[in-house]
Design a binder for this molecule. Structure first.
Ligand SMILES: Nc1ncnc2c1ncn2[C@@H]1O[C@H](COP(=O)(O)OP(=O)(O)O)[C@@H](O)[C@H]1O
Ligand SMILES: [Mg+2]
Length: 350
């Protein structure tokens, strides 16, 4: 029997932008597979290419400057990268939907919530006005919006941030998409509301078997709801595995640094670890490993040669430290010592 076809496959994806400094590659050699019903987290600091990746899947790269310069994206086995805009528009809202960090930018301030939710129903389905209203109230109730009958007559600015995000989610779910892309959906919200929205996303995933690509800079969010996780750094996936393995056995020094920076990983108040330095600009990438400038394990080789992608089953890491030769030559466990922040950020324990 053939292996079940994944819902989404991203193969060797490169995304570039034409800028006044020439063409700059933003995303490089990205590979990712998402099965039906899975939640994948894409995590990394700001500027690592997470949003550009999600916009490529949505066919929403800024035209004509942003473009896919290599590789392909398949949805249900069908190539969707570089589809004509007309074809892509049929997919958006139906097969794939997206929600963003700030719902105010995606909701139209001059239309009521009811009118905005009616629009996609008018376009795609033959429904009477009454049926539309019923459907809208039903979906608003499902996403946990109280007083839906009243809310449909209100404008976005009359709602709280959390309620607006719920409206965005209901808008995204109207077409019952197979894939929901959520780009920092809870970043603008306070912690309690954040937990409610994550819970809602999980309920949608479980209830409808909707696959979710959740983009976040926050590993806490990943730990909360994701099945798999891709850690992105400077345009590349540097580690890819299931969530449990990521937290139990992080291999990449960058992943270890992210885990060590999680607030609850460090009990001593006010001594939160942070990875030294910043994500390099795409125009200014180090040769060799992109993380080598911030990695305290970096060797000469790391600084000059691009690291290989090393796979152990479904666990992938892009790092010279984990080649067979490196492991044999120096059989030490590379591990971030959590809780230490005295300038000596990394420690090797055997
Ligand atoms: N329209 C654009 N033109 C040129 N560069 C861009 C454009 N959009 C994003 N970038 C660059 O791509 C890189 C990745 O951005 P982004 O995907 O937004 O990062 P993330 O979502 O991980 O914070 C950044 O260096 C950003 O400056
Ligand atoms: Mg982003």
């Amino acid at each position: 029997m053939n292996k079940k076809q994944p819902l989404l496959e991203i193969k060797d994806l490169d995304v570039s932008f034409r800028t006044d400094k020439g063409t700059v590659r933003i995303v490089h050699g990205l590979n990712l597979t998402l099965e039906q019903g899975e939640i994948i987290g894409i995590v990394g600091e700001s500027g690592s290419g997470k949003s550009v990746t999600s916009l490529s899947v949505m066919g929403l790269l800024p035209h004509p400057n942003g473009f896919i310069s290599n590789g392909e994206i398949l949805l249900d086995g069908r190539k969707i990268s570089n589809l004509k805009e007309k074809e892509m528009r049929k997919l958006r809202g139906n097969e794939i939907s997206m929600i963003f960090q700030e719902p105010m930018t995606s909701l139209n301030p001059v239309y009521t919530i009811g009118d905005q939710l009616s629009e996609p129903l008018k376009q795609h389905r033959k429904m009477t006005a009454k049926e539309r209203k019923e459907r809208i109230i039903e979906i608003l109730n499902k996403v946990g919006i109280p007083r839906a009958e009243q809310i449909i007559h209100e404008y976005p600015h009359q709602l709280s941030g959390g309620m607006r995000q719920r409206v965005m989610i209901s808008l995204a779910m109207l077409g019952e998409p197979k894939l929901l892309i959520a780009d920092e959906p809870t970043t603008a919200l306070d912690v309690t509301i954040q937990a409610q929205i994550l819970d809602l996303i999980r309920r949608i995933n479980k209830g409808k078997n909707t696959s979710v690509m959740l983009i976040t800079h926050d590993l806490g969010v990943v730990a909360e709801i994701c099945d798999k996780v891709a850690v992105m750094y400077a345009g590349e996936i540097v580690e890819y595995t299931d969530v449990r393995t990521l937290f139990d056995e992080p291999l990449h020094p960058y992943t270890q640094g992210l885990i060590a920076s999680m607030p609850n990983m460090n009990e001593r108040k006010g001594e939160l670890y942070s990875i030294p330095g910043n994500v390099p600009k795409p125009t200014d990438l180090p040769i060799g490993c992109h993380f080598s400038t911030r990695c305290s394990f970096a060797t000469e080789r790391c600084r000059v040669e691009e690291p290989p992608s090393i796979k152990n089953g479904d666990h992938m890491v892009l790092c010279w430290l984990h080649t067979k030769e490196a492991m044999e030559a120096q059989p030490v466990e590379v591990k971030q010592e959590v809780g230490v922040n005295d300038g000596d950020q990394y420690a090797i324990t055997s």
